[in-house]
Design a binder for this molecule. Structure first.
Ligand SMILES: Cc1cc2nc3c(=O)[nH]c(=O)nc-3n(C[C@H](O)[C@H](O)[C@H](O)COP(=O)(O)OP(=O)(O)OC[C@H]3O[C@@H](n4cnc5c(N)ncnc54)[C@H](O)[C@@H]3O)c2cc1C
Length: 481
């Protein structure tokens, strides 16, 4: 089979990019390859909050790449209403809609210092950009009934930030894609085909081959196996941000009608509850970054998630029935910034590495990538900082990353229930994690600053993964002379 563009991966980024290509160029032959049941897909597991300002942390202004990511999220916030309208099925007269048209961000009485700084940063960003919001009293949040010692001390309502049903959006993208002439193949891309330094197609796991003028790798965290074919040292390695969530249905109370969430912490997205309608609620999400994902979410962190949702949001959640579990791998580059655009050899593009907010960013990313593929040579300014072929983007010094790892560990231990007598402070925990961080960084061929959850993944990585990582670092960061 010969096509103009082959997209390897059928998550939100693969489908959206394919759709934007045929919308711009209706005669283009586009094929999307991906397993129909989407194992490991982040999109299928996502709470699909369309959050931009609610995701802000106090480090957003510290580095141009962080600011660029925020700019992309703001563009996506503006884009979603039209994007959903464009996914309406003209024949059936229906389409995916916002399941919750607003978001409460709550700061609990026992919030960590990092969460408190994030909350302040959210409020400052809302004011700076004149984004519609208001501060609310906890008593005015419908459905909120935490245990007394977890009552929010501050809360914000963000008018334009809500959520959609990720599974419904995927279905709508597939319907719109089929109507627009996209071909869908149920299978896996096994290898990139290339000739004379140019990528010429993909080989599928069943041995068949697709010739293509351009190939887009959008296989989420699984993209790494295809990227391993490139010269080492070009693209930051991808890790799995394993995430679990639980979908429940109410029995005794109507539940929430808006997204409710906590602010973002360094190593974790905020805890959130997304109402999906008819008393169905999505409670998410855990995040453990690993090189090798286990087959399901860990019990320990899931227990923590459920306890905190009932304690901080609504004790009556304890009476809800579990409908299903969600589990998937967020695609997490070593430096946590997305991998978007040309990936080295001519004809190869990446649409991955979006970590925690790729669902929200997908309409904007897809549109710009489609432009890039149709007009090779020009890189849209908004995507330029995320060009995949790069040395790791470091937003702090190595020493600062050790400090952050330490404070993050102490805060997490405290959240999990660590309580020390008045005559001891947390220094023993801090000292141990500082040592861990230093020993972990000694495993690396180059000293680089890593975010806490990535550092933890490197600490736990097998020697084979460390070798792979070091091959990248040695090539990406050659020693002077
Ligand atoms: C629990 C959880 C909650 C989240 N919540 C949010 C949120 O609220 N808001 C937000 O914006 N983002 C959220 N995210 C992040 C978001 O889901 C991701 O950033 C985004 O969905 C990534 O989309 P993707 O298409 O790149 O990857 P994926 O959805 O992982 O899609 C990749 C697809 O490629 C397929 N595939 C794998 N290997 C191959 C191969 N060799 N060939 C072909 N296909 C292959 C996979 O089966 C999969 O279907 C969340 C993620 C998780 C896990």
């Amino acid at each position: 089979m010969t096509v103009d563009v082959a997209v390897a991966g059928n998550g939100v980024l693969g489908l959206s990019t394919a759709l934007e290509l045929v919308r711009r160029s209706p005669k283009l032959r586009v094929v999307v390859v991906g397993p129909a049941n989407r194992p490991g897909s982040a999109t299928v597991a996502a709470g699909a909050m369309l959050n931009c300002f609610a995701e802000v942390t106090d480090s957003v202004g510290h580095h141009p790449a962080s600011l660029a990511k925020f700019a992309l999220a703001r563009a996506a916030l503006d884009a979603w209403p039209d994007w959903l309208e464009g996914l309406r099925d003209g024949e059936a007269g229906s389409g995916p809609a916002l399941v919750a048209p607003g978001t409460f961000v709550v700061l609990g009485a026992r919030a960590t210092p990092t969460a408190t700084r994030s909350f302040d940063a959210v409020l400052a960003a809302l004011k700076e950009h004149a984004e519609p919001h208001h501060e609310v009293a906890a008593a005015d949040i419908p459905g909120l009934r935490p245990v007394p010692h977890e009552r929010p001390v501050r809360a914000l309502y963000l008018e334009r930030e809500g959520a959609v049903d990720a599974r419904a959006v995927l279905d709508a993208l597939a319907i719109a894609g089929r109507r627009s002439g996209i071909t869908f193949l149920d299978g896996r891309a096994d290898r990139l085909l290339s000739a004379n330094g140019k990528v010429t197609g993909v080989r599928l796991a069943d041995g068949s081959e697709l010739s293509a003028g351009a190939v887009v790798v959008a296989a989420g965290a699984a993209s790494q196996s295809l990227l391993d074919q490139l010269d080492p040292g070009r693209v930051p390695p991808l890790l799995h941000g394993t995430g679990g969530a639980v979908q429940t249905v109410r029995h005794t109370s109507p539940g929430f009608d808006r997204v409710i969430r906590t602010p973002t912490r360094s190593g974790a997205c905020g805890m959130h509850l997304v109402p999906l309608g008819d008393g169905v609620e999505y409670i998410g999400a855990t995040n453990i970054v690993l090189f090798d994902p286990p087959p399901g979410p860990r019990i320990g962190v899931t227990q923590f998630l459920l306890r905190f949702a009932t304690d901080q949001f609504d004790t009556r959640l304890g009476m809800s029935a579990i409908q299903r579990w969600h589990y998937g791998s967020r695609p997490v580059p070593l430096d946590r910034f997305p991998l978007l655009g040309r990936a080295g050899p001519e004809g190869l593009y990446l649409a991955t590495g979006t970590y925690r907010d790729g669902f929200h960013g997908s309409p904007v990313i897809a549109g710009h990538l489609a432009d890039m593929i149709l007009h090779p040579g020009a890189t849209p300014r908004i995507l330029a900082p995320f060009a995949p072929v790069r040395a790791p983007i470091e937003t702090m010094t190595v020493e600062a990353s050790i400090d952050l790892f330490e404070s993050d560990a102490v805060e997490t231990a405290t959240e999990y229930g660590l309580r020390l007598p008045y005559f001891l402070d947390s220094e023993p925990v801090a000292a141990q994690t500082r040592d861990e961080a230093r020993h972990t960084l000694e495993r690396l061929a180059r000293p680089i600053a890593l975010q806490p959850e990535i550092l933890a993944a490197v600490r736990d990585a097998s020697p084979a993964h460390i070798d792979h990582l070091n091959t990248y670092l040695e090539a990406a960061l050659p020693l002077p002379g």
